[in-house]
Ligand binder design. Structure first.
Ligand SMILES: Nc1ncnc2c1ncn2[C@@H]1O[C@H](COP(=O)(O)OS(=O)(=O)O)[C@@H](OP(=O)(O)O)[C@H]1O
Length: 718
């Protein structure tokens, strides 16, 4: 009969803030199977958790250093956790020219001091954990103790196999054991604490009787900024004559492993190394290479792994096992200083985009999605990265003749017909607006720029291999209501003095005057002439990626890019309708979006406004977000409360205000609305026909495939 498998216990360094949340998450994730063998260690008195099963570290209060700074530490930690950098982003006071630099320095100093305080505290805490561990070692409660941070994930069977190979009779102190000074045969060593430190009971029985000799060490290290609990253990053990074991000193039967491979610290080895070292590489200069290598990365399969643990996992979101987050498409970047080491970052590309249409409730939708605990906000709701819709001269990528298109060097196939350098630069600038989501976080990000629906470059991006995973949300509002809402928005902007706002509404501040003047001007224009006069519509139809065959418009649409079309004829000039109107001609823009099939969730504002909870259930399922109780009473960006981003708390407080705002929504006169209806009815009919005939495979969450009843009645559709 073989020897019994060594008994393993897990000692988790649990945060003092949000203890409940973290412990709950850990208990329900990968630690589930080993729950009884896990000790969650918390400093007594610092956490408000009522969880009786936590292991309180009582003496911590009495320690001189922590007691003196405890209150302050707690407050600072709390501030650091609750401080939302977005608050600064969206409410910027006017600043002196050097203010950003000084603020940055202040922030850095604060962070340094916070790090010092925190590490100081950690050293006391880890020492208390050692005392608790020693008590259990004396009671023979385990053969091995594995001490780790709460944001470390452990493959428990691999760890069990590892300690099985080591046996229960040796003195073991290992993990990511490294020499701390090179070139000296007896230089210091230490185990990096993040991915975990393994102690055998035999070792603890040797060390524990003398542990108290190390107690003054904690105070001696008080002033050090970056020395955490792991370094304190290393120094204490060194003092007691015990050093961590390098791989060659472990009895692993000559198996060729590296401790760095078993106990991992962070990027780029987010997941175990990919075959052939395929990693997406990017930096400002290397963006092009990123695009080149992406395909291989996306298709790479993960090999079997012996990894025991890796550091930095958000425990609340970590799924079980070693699965990768299927929603995350990894984008890895490195930066390298001239002589310094390489730094790796891995991030998830945006997972969703709300692409339109403007004034359909996109701000509410975006903010509701952002309420989800797994969603991370971009710098702004609308990044407008791919939407120079109204300024064709600034929109190079939308035009086939543009220099960035390089048909001779289609290195990436049809997915990236623009030069890789340009694509890389565009992508770099775009991604800088998103939070860096670590693929191990099991979180997602995205943005909402309603004007994307009119942008061929946005389509281009979304049809590219790089963004082929991105989920697209499109809200459609009744075109006449949309136009009216857009009018009010642009009128308010115009009255506030915003440049170019008048272009949208022909300079009218009154909706009735606007529609009356417009209908006089376009009297006698056919629907076709109106569409022809719309430059953005023609550009959209003619651009690559909109479904247009090379050199021509899509077959399902009227030919809008006839030779010489750039020269507006007199009729075109007369029949010109401002953006408030043409943006409601959905039939001209929707077909290529519908062709994205299951990646596109098409919702109608009628359904969204009538049953927002239902909408969010569908959206959450579409984005593979766990069910969540969204607070949909809050309507964003209403007539009385404009703004793309409203903090959650403020939003809650404003729920009543928002409800009032919806009631007080101003109404257009029936006559003015009638004029708008006349300008959109042909488009609605064509769009209705497109929906009926399109070979469109919507996702399973799609509520309807046809226009809402209210539209049918209003536009007298059969
Ligand atoms: N829950 C709910 N119920 C009813 N109506 C709602 C809701 N959420 C947003 N809205 C209305 O949507 C309009 C704003 O749309 P957007 O946020 O997409 O506008 S924008 O394009 O981002 O500027 C704006 O329409 P108007 O008030 O008609 O202008 C908002 O009032």
């Amino acid at each position: 009969m073989g020897a019994a498998a060594p008994r393993l216990t897990f000692w988790v360094i649990t945060p003092e803030l949000r203890t409940d949340e973290v412990v709950l998450a850990l208990r329900s994730s990968w630690l589930r199977e080993v729950a009884v063998r896990t000790r969650f260690c918390v400093a007594a008195g610092l956490s408000s958790s009522a969880d009786a099963s936590l292991r309180w570290l009582p003496r911590l209060n009495r320690s001189q250093s922590v007691a003196s700074g405890r209150h302050e530490l707690n407050e600072r930690l709390h501030d650091a956790v609750t401080h939302n950098p977005d608050d600064e982003l969206f409410d910027r006071p006017t600043r002196r020219a050097d203010e950003p630099l000084r603020a940055q320095q202040r922030r850095e100093n604060r962070t340094r001091e916070l790090t010092r305080l925190y590490n100081n505290f950690l050293r006391y805490k880890v020492f208390e954990m050692m005392r608790a561990m020693c008590a259990e070692a004396r009671e023979d409660a385990f053969d091995y103790a594995f001490m780790m941070d709460a944001d470390t994930a452990v493959n428990t069977s691999n760890l069990q196999r590892f300690v099985g190979a080591l046996g229960g009779e040796r003195q073991i102190y290992t993990g990511l054991c490294r020499k701390r000074s090179w070139g000296k045969p007896n230089g210091q060593r230490g185990v990096g604490g993040g991915p975990g430190i393994l102690f055998s009971r035999k070792l603890l029985l040797n060390v524990c009787p003398r542990l108290e000799l190390c107690s003054p060490l904690r105070g001696l290290m008080d002033r050090l900024e970056r020395a955490g609990g792991d370094l304190m253990i290393a120094k204490c053990f060194e003092f007691l004559g015990v050093r961590c074991q390098l791989v060659e000193e472990l009895p692993l039967d000559g198996k060729a492993v590296q401790l760095e491979d078993l106990f991992r610290r962070g990027p780029p080895w987010v997941y175990p190394p990919l075959p052939g070292g395929t990693i997406l590489v990017a930096s400002h200069l290397m963006g092009a290479k990123a695009i080149e290598q992406h395909q291989r990365l996306a298709n790479g399969h993960l090999p079997n792994t012996e990894v025991i643990s890796f550091h930095r996992v958000r425990p609340s979101l970590r799924a079980q096992g070693w699965d990768r987050d299927p929603r995350c498409r990894i984008y890895a970047e490195y930066t390298r200083l001239e002589t310094g080491p390489v730094n790796w970052f891995s991030r998830c590309l945006p997972h969703f985009l709300v692409v339109g249409t403007p004034k359909s409730g996109t701000t509410s939708l975006f903010n509701w999605i952002m309420q989800h605990p797994d969603a991370r906000a971009p710098a702004r709701k609308e990044l407008h990265a791919w939407t120079p819709v109204l300024q064709p001269d600034r929109s190079c990528a939308d035009r086939p003749g543009c220099a960035v298109f390089n048909p001779k060097r289609r290195g990436m196939g049809p997915a990236w017909p623009i030069s890789k350098q340009v694509a890389g630069k565009m992508l770099d600038a775009y991604l800088a607006n998103f939070p860096r989501i670590d693929p191990r976080e099991f979180a997602l990000t995205g943005e909402a720029t309603p004007a994307y629906v009119y942008s061929p470059s946005a389509l281009m991006l979304l049809q590219s291999a790089l963004m082929s995973h991105t989920h697209i949300l499109l809200l459609l509002r009744d075109p006449a209501e949309r136009a009216f809402s857009e009018f009010k928005n642009k009128r308010d902007l115009m009255l506030k003095g915003a440049a170019r706002a008048h272009v949208w509404i022909d300079g009218h501040a009154d909706f009735s005057n606007f529609t009356r003047a417009l209908s006089v001007r376009v009297r006698g224009c056919t629907a076709e002439e109106l569409y022809q006069a719309c430059v953005a519509c023609r550009r959209f139809a003619a651009a690559p990626f909109s479904g247009a065959p090379p050199g021509g418009a899509p077959l399902s649409q009227p030919r809008l890019d006839a030779p010489g079309a750039a020269e507006l004829t007199a009729a075109r000039r007369r029949c010109y309708a401002p953006p408030v109107i043409w943006q409601s001609w959905y039939h001209l823009f929707l077909p290529p979006w519908l062709a994205l099939g299951r990646r596109l969730l098409l919702e109608f504002s009628d359904d969204a406004f009538a049953d927002a909870d239902g909408l969010m259930r569908r959206v959450a399922a579409f984005l593979s977000l766990p069910a969540h109780n969204f607070s949909t009473r809050i309507a964003y960006n209403t007539e009385t409360k404009r703004g793309a981003f409203i903090g959650k708390d403020v939003g809650e407080r404003n729920a009543a205000l928002a409800a009032l705002a919806m009631k007080q929504r101003s109404k257009a006169s029936a006559g003015a609305m009638g004029e708008v209806e006349r300008l959109v009815v042909d488009s609605v009919r064509r769009f209705d026909a497109q929906l009926k005939t399109a070979k469109w495979t919507p996702p399973p969450q799609q509520l309807r495939r046809e226009l809402p009843q209210a539209w049918r009645e209003r536009y007298r559709l059969t």
